[in-house]
Design a protein around this ligand. Structure first.
Ligand SMILES: Nc1ncnc2c1ncn2[C@@H]1O[C@H](COP(=O)(O)OP(=O)(O)OP(=O)(O)O)[C@@H](O)[C@H]1O
Ligand SMILES: [Mg+2]
Length: 502
């Protein structure tokens, strides 16, 4: 059978046309499968890992798995309108979020879009949500305190600016409350706070935002929320979006406190995503890179060197444990990346010791160097006092006769526990913390009945406000303890006015 010349030229023409469309598939692809928030796409040969793509209905996706024959995308929005055969286009952009002052006071989702109904955010700058952490040479060691306003933390496990301190505990042990109180205490401390809520109920986030607003803390805060009803990819991205917003401030020489509440839920979202993308599961069905998931996030917290403006990001990641098990997979991972942990224990919480901080299992590896001198002096022996109290307490239950020294230790311990209790949303300035801890550790509270200690503290502090402002000023401005004589005089004078309850 002969071949006609025009047929050959038609064939060649067709080939050439097809060749051009071959080129096109490098930037455009076709959906071959969609479900569970994941799409598999043929084409997109040139797509980058982590690149944003756009479906034909305008929904965005994020390139995750670059396989030989197809690309696995996570869909950052409703999957409803996406069908097999739909076109997907590259955008050429790595995922970014808006950053800058404009976000302060706002509640946004992980894409930086407002969800508080207060109108659009006119931010002019953006930052990629994934970026390398600050290098060794650009950092400085942690040396300025971050006052949480919580006595048990500032005295026993102090946090410095640029530190990463894990807050870990079972559900309903007051974890979120610690973060909120810390944010409230940053008022007038030249600190910007970012609260990242991951997988929480909308109602909980709402009441958190209200607490911040009521206490005037929203004026220096940003809330990033991916609630429980959002698709897993948004929960996974939320912390990175938050830290990108934080970096913008840090690189401009400012101080930022960022709270991730909580990373267990983020890890679970990432597990969901990875399983759907058919990545091989490892321990507890988490993918192999779950350590990297958290280490690359937490490494972005830093204290910058003076040459880079000396800004800082302090991170308070949260991890929820099951039945107090801090040796599970995610807790041990995060413990190993952070500079210490604050362990909140449910039996303490239910016995009325709130905040329920377990002093024995909580540590701060770098914060001690950031504590002000006065606090260092009064809190020096506190941790040991508390530890030996817990030990003796167990023994004394056998009810045998106790010698005087043991009895004294028990008395002091019981009062220490009382002084370290603190009500919700009542952060205390450091100078006042120092005053009450001074009274405690120098034995001025030993003759006050245990049940009167909290009333004593409240009355003592307001009495100081009225009568001894200079003493408080000395601590606040110099960071040092005032003369011993002045302190003792003040305390003894107050004790004369204090009425012990019958
Ligand atoms: N210092 C405190 N004094 C009195 N009540 C407190 C204190 N801290 C927390 N609470 C109360 O305990 C409850 C649980 O606190 P919170 O929500 O902070 O815990 P959580 O560990 O974050 O819980 P979840 O696991 O649900 O996130 C709240 O009702 C809160 O009001
Ligand atoms: Mg909580």
């Amino acid at each position: 059978m002969g071949i006609k010349a025009e047929e050959i030229s038609a064939l060649i023409k067709k080939q050439i046309e097809n060749y051009q469309s071959e080129i096109e598939v490098s930037d455009v692809g076709t959906v071959i499968q969609v479900g569970d928030g994941i799409a598999r796409v043929h084409g997109l040969d040139n797509v980058m890992a982590g690149e944003l793509v756009e479906f034909s209905n305008g929904v965005l996706g994020l390139a995750q798995n670059l396989d030989e024959n197809n690309v696995g995308l996570v869909i950052l929005g409703p999957t409803k309108g996406i069908r097999e055969g739909d076109e997907v286009r590259r955008t050429g952009r790595i995922m970014e979020v808006p950053v800058g002052e404009e976000l302060i006071g706002r509640v946004v989702n992980p894409l930086g879009q407002p969800v508080d109904g207060l109108g659009p955010i006119n931010a002019t700058k953006t930052r990629p949500i994934e970026s390398p952490a600050t290098g060794v040479m650009d950092r400085k060691s942690v040396h300025e305190p971050l006052q949480t306003g919580i006595k048990a933390i500032d005295a026993l496990v102090p946090i410095g600016r640029g530190q990463r301190e894990l807050i870990i505990g079972d559900r309903q042990t007051g974890k979120t409350s610690v973060a909120i109180d810390t944010i409230l205490n940053q008022k007038d401390q030249n600190m910007i706070c970012i609260y990242v809520a991951i997988g929480q109920k909308e109602s909980t986030v709402r009441s958190t935002v209200e607490t911040l607003r009521k206490n005037g803390a929203l004026e220096y805060s940003i809330v990033v929320t991916a609630s429980a009803s959002q698709p897993a990819p948004l929960l996974y991205l939320a912390p990175y979006a938050g830290v990108s917003m934080a970096e913008e401030f840090m690189f401009n020489g400012k101080h930022v406190l960022i709270v991730y509440d909580d990373l267990s839920k983020q890890a679970a979202a990432y597990r969901e995503l990875s399983l759907l993308l058919r990545r091989p599961p490892g321990r507890e069905a988490f993918p192999g890179d779950v350590f990297y998931l958290h280490s690359r996030l937490l490494e972005r917290a830093a204290k910058l060197s003076d040459a880079h403006g000396a800004g800082s990001i302090t991170a308070l990641p949260f991890v929820e444990t099951q039945a107090g098990d801090i040796s599970a997979y995610i807790p041990t991972n995060v413990i190993s990346i952070t500079d210490g942990q604050i362990f909140l224990q449910s039996d303490l919480f239910f016995s009325g010791v709130r905040p329920a901080i377990n002093a024995g299992l909580s540590v701060s590896r770098v914060g001690g160097s950031a504590q002000i001198k006065a606090m260092k002096k009064v809190a020096g022996t506190l941790r040991l006092d508390l530890a030996s109290f817990r030990e003796l307490e167990a023994f004394s239950q056998f009810g045998s006769d106790l010698d005087k020294a043991t009895q004294d230790k028990l008395n002091r311990g019981a009062r220490t526990v009382e002084v370290l209790k603190q009500d919700l949303n009542k952060p205390l300035k450091v100078e006042k913390q120092v005053m009450i801890l001074y009274a405690l550790t120098r034995g001025f509270l030993d003759d006050i009945p245990v049940e009167d200690i909290r009333r004593f503290e409240a009355e003592f502090l307001s009495w100081l406000d009225q009568n001894h402002q200079p003493l408080l000023d000395v601590i606040r401005t110099t960071g040092n303890l005032p003369e011993d004589k002045d302190m003792v005089d003040a305390i003894t004078a107050f004790k004369k006015t204090f009425a012990v309850s019958a």
